[in-house]
Write a protein that binds this ligand. Structure first.
Ligand SMILES: [Zn+2]
Length: 61
C-alpha cells in the first residue's frame, strides 16, 4: 500500500510523490503559508498545487 500524504493546506490526500518540502531558502513562501495555516510546519511539506499557488501569490504582490 503506497504511503499517502495529506496536504495540510488544502486537506487533500494524495500520493507522497506529489508532495514537496519547501526549501528553507524560500522563507517568504513559508511565511505566507504559515499566516494562513498557523498549524502547518514546513517539514510537513505541501502538495505541488499549493506550492505553485503560493508562489503565484508572491508574484501577484
Ligand atoms: Zn495542497
Amino acid at each position: 500500500m503506497p504511503e499517502d500524504f495529506i496536504c495540510q493546506t488544502c486537506d487533500k490526500t494524495m500520493s507522497r510523490d506529489l508532495s514537496i518540502i519547501i526549501p528553507h531558502t524560500e522563507t517568504h513562501i513559508i511565511d505566507v503559508i504559515k499566516r494562513k495555516h498557523p498549524e502547518w510546519v514546513e517539514t510537513d511539506g505541501i502538495c505541488k498545487r499549493c506550492y505553485e499557488y503560493y508562489k503565484q501569490q508572491m508574484r501577484a504582490k
